[in-house]
Design a protein around this ligand. Structure first.
Ligand code: GLV
Length: 326
């Protein structure tokens, strides 16, 4: 459908969003929204996208070649997430569809959460709270919920993009940690100094870290980057934190490793096949589980939604997306 110069483009907001974001979009577009947050099947999403030039997605809606072929009017998919493994970017680029994400606005909030999850895990906060709530606390004991220290320990970071760097700064400058990282490309010396972080090989990272945080983007190569073989290389006292994406850790192997004491504890915000969680993870005590909330503060979620909206407005109204991926 050709867009008449005087016609507003039509867009679909595929999930519930802040009402003020709809108010922001409505002067520019004919907006169809999903404020009751129905989880559409791929076929329903295709149906809703007919005649739409733009779509506001979250990390949950799969945009692939089959969907693009069935939605000939679509020009842009604006993800309200920094991660975009729900996009087949190659197919989108081949079809001439603009893809955007929401970098930067969530970096510090997500780094805060990485640290929160690390501390909750290493200091056994969830496990000890469950104990207290169950009415089992009847005395002080010298080793009760004794965990491991954060300050002065070695923090390993796998993936050293913006969020990894923000975590490194917290560790090195806030908690006096020795920070080591592994990333396909090494940071320049000035950035390493600023983050207080040193590049090491992946085996060295696994073997030396007291606490290992995963912050790498999902890709086919990153699938099961941490599995049984990698867990076996870690210290038995180590903690593992995944705030990156489900599937980077082999969750079944991790549950087995936690049960067998291969590592001490894990904190997980993302899961293979989420919102489903591997049943074995639900039965091990030494794991802290959160439902993919690393960027979830109200100001940051609002900034992410605003940026996704700005990408739609920028691209469909002015021909230029703010944070394009292709
Ligand atoms: C959250 O996981 C995001 O990618 O923004």
């Amino acid at each position: 459908m050709a867009i008449d110069a005087f016609m507003k483009p039509s867009i679909l907001v595929a999930r519930a969003v802040f009402p003020q974001i709809l108010t922001l979009l409505e002067p520019h577009f004919e907006v169809t929204s999903n404020q009751d947050d129905t989880l559409w099947t791929p076929a329903q999403l295709i149906d809703k996208l007919q005649g739409k030039q733009g779509v506001f997605t979250t990390g949950s809606e799969r945009i692939d070649a089959a969907l693009l072929a069935a939605c000939p009017d679509l020009k842009i998919c604006a993800n309200m997430a920094v991660g975009y493994n729900n996009f087949d970017l190659q197919a989108m680029t081949a079809a001439g569809i603009k893809a955007t994400n929401t970098p930067d606005v969530l970096t510090e909030t997500t780094a805060d959460f990485g640290f929160a999850l690390l501390m909750a895990t290493a200091r056994r906060m969830a496990e000890s709270e469950r104990f207290l709530r169950a009415g089992l606390w009847n005395r002080w004991r010298y080793d009760m919920f004794a965990g491991s220290d954060i300050h002065g320990s070695t923090l390993g970071i796998l993936g050293m993009g913006r969020i990894g760097q923000a975590i490194a700064k917290r560790g090195a400058h806030g908690f006096g940690m020795k920070v080591i990282y592994h990333n396909r490309s090494r940071l320049d010396v000035a950035t390493e100094l600023n983050c207080g972080a040193t590049w090491v090989s992946k085996p060295d990272l696994l073997q030396q870290a007291d606490h290992l945080i995963l912050v790498l983007p999902y890709s086919a190569e990153a699938r099961h980057a941490i599995g049984a073989a990698e867990l076996a290389q870690m210290k038995p006292s180590a903690t593992l934190v995944n705030i990156a994406r489900g599937g980077i850790v082999d969750d079944a192997a991790l549950a087995a490793a936690l049960k067998q004491g291969v590592i001490a504890a894990a904190g997980l915000d993302v899961f293979e096949g989420e919102p489903a969680v591997h049943p074995d993870l639900l039965t091990v005590p030494n794991v802290v589980l959160t439902p993919h909330i690393a960027s979830a503060t109200m100001p940051t979620r609002l900034a992410m939604a605003q940026l996704a909206a700005d990408n739609l407005i920028g691209f469909l109204k002015h021909g230029k997306a703010v944070t394009p991926l292709n």
